[in-house]
Design a protein around this ligand. Structure first.
Ligand SMILES: *Cc1c(COP(=O)(O)O)cnc(C)c1O
Length: 414
């Protein structure tokens, strides 16, 4: 699965096992899970590594606003109680063309709220090919069941026709849903109706159409063919759902965008209070959305890395290799190689990104031992194991991490 750790490397538990950690006290082990790590996996949005890193300017904003009081639910003009969800509503509308939008804890929460509000006790029609499972605890059929809606599956794993959808519509139908296959691709004999065809069918029967977009894609020049948030709204989706911390590049959150009347109903559901987000999320999300409004999204760490050309990646690799040569340790053998990175994290599946990697091995220890030592470096380095090599992909690095990699490897061979 795209979000999993590459084979041979374990994050959960793995970093805490191995012989080197025997002497580390338990409280420090917990801290190990909260420190910066270097993502050299080549998976840019890695759920196990906290998905998207936030841009620095957003963190500066967080510091300014969270060390003081803010009018989170206070209307400064009127001097009375205000609403927290208006903090970002305007921006969401500007960026996607949606009439309204709200934010909840994550996309799973968005689904729960949407289906509970609009489809509680009634049927949700969805294609069998879209009953996705993501990570450990997100299975669409289970999420739908816990919302109180009834799953009505149509079609087969690889083929669903518009007549399948039409045939399933009945008195108890609440809505038609399309879910982005965000962490896998199906190849071979695959077909499903056009997005617009399904939207039209839903509307002709007076039903809302809900699109679980998943990734929060606002950029349009990089696509896997599925509609972006804006495109989905333009194509007539009544509600569009996504995560905040995947391709969007923000904090963990669930965005729900679309028709004002539906959004108002979601807001009135008592579950909304239970699923709402705190000021940290609102401030961080607002900061990231403002980056898009200023058309500076190429500066967001994940988007910057997606757009980076292989020439620049090669420079990263050369910095690592030069640094390693300077250590003057003959036992360290390294090489620059071509690599394939991926966006990961339930975004743009099946779109390989040409990349550059540095592969390293150290005489006298095997790749698993080296990887284990690198995971316990001052700044842990998470790479991939390929045969006898530890491979570090340059596309998922952040600024200045080349020197940290060199330092980590030096410590590993000391
Ligand atoms: C990632 C994803 C989810 C779950 O999102 P969380 O923010 O992790 O809850 C749901 N649906 C789709 C299509 C996704 O890609």
């Amino acid at each position: 699965m795209g979000t999993g750790v590459p084979s041979g490397l374990q994050i959960h538990g793995g970093a805490l096992e191995g012989s080197q950690v025997g002497s580390i006290p338990t409280h420090s082990l917990h801290f190990l899970n909260m420190k910066r790590v270097i993502n050299a996996t080549g998976i840019l949005i890695h759920t196990n590594l906290g998905r998207s890193p936030l841009p620095k300017e957003v963190i500066r904003r967080l510091e300014e606003t969270t060390t003081a009081y803010i009018p989170l639910e206070y209307d400064l003009k009127e001097g009375e109680r205000g609403r927290r969800d208006t903090i970002i509503e305007g921006l969401l509308e500007e960026l996607t063309g949606a009439e309204a939008g709200i934010v909840v804890n994550n996309n799973a929460a968005g689904l729960l709220l949407t289906l509970n509000t609009i489809a509680g006790g009634r049927e949700v029609i969805i294609s069998r090919g879209e009953l996705i499972e993501l990570g450990e605890s997100f299975r669409l059929p289970e999420v739908i069941a816990s919302s109180g809606a009834i799953l009505r599956v149509v079609g087969s794993i690889n083929q669903t026709t518009i007549d399948d959808y039409r045939g399933a519509i009945g008195e108890n139908t609440a809505l038609i849903m399309v879910c982005h296959r965000s962490n896998f691709t199906v190849e071979g004999q695959v077909s499903s109706p056009d997005f617009v065809e399904i939207v039209k069918l839903a509307h002709s029967k007076g039903l809302p159409f809900v699109y679980d977009e998943g990734s929060g894609r606002l950029i349009e020049h990089i696509t896997d063919g599925a509609p972006s948030l804006r495109e989905a709204i333009q194509l007539g989706a009544d509600l569009v759902l996504s995560s905040g911390d995947k391709l969007l590049g923000g904090p963990q959150a669930g965005l729900i965008l679309g028709r004002r009347d539906y959004v108002m109903r979601l807001r009135k559901n008592h579950l909304f209070r239970a699923l709402r987000v705190d000021k940290l999320t609102y401030i961080a999300l607002r900061g990231v959305l403002e980056v898009y409004v200023k058309s500076r999204e190429s500066e967001l760490p994940v988007i910057k890395n997606i757009e980076m050309n292989t020439q620049e990646l090669k420079k990263r690799a050369q910095r690592v290799v030069r640094g390693l040569k300077k250590i003057g340790q003959k036992s360290v053998i390294c090489e620059i190689v071509d690599s394939i990175a991926e966006v990961g994290g339930g975004s743009l599946p099946g779109i390989p990104l040409k990349s550059v990697a540095v592969k390293v091995r150290v005489e006298g220890i095997n790749a698993h031992q080296l990887a284990g030592r690198l995971r316990l470096a001052d700044t842990p380095i998470i790479g991939r194991i390929e045969g006898e090599w530890v491979v570090m992909d340059m596309r998922s690095l952040l600024e200045g991490e080349e020197a940290m990699i060199v330092k980590g490897i030096r410590r590993a061979v000391d």
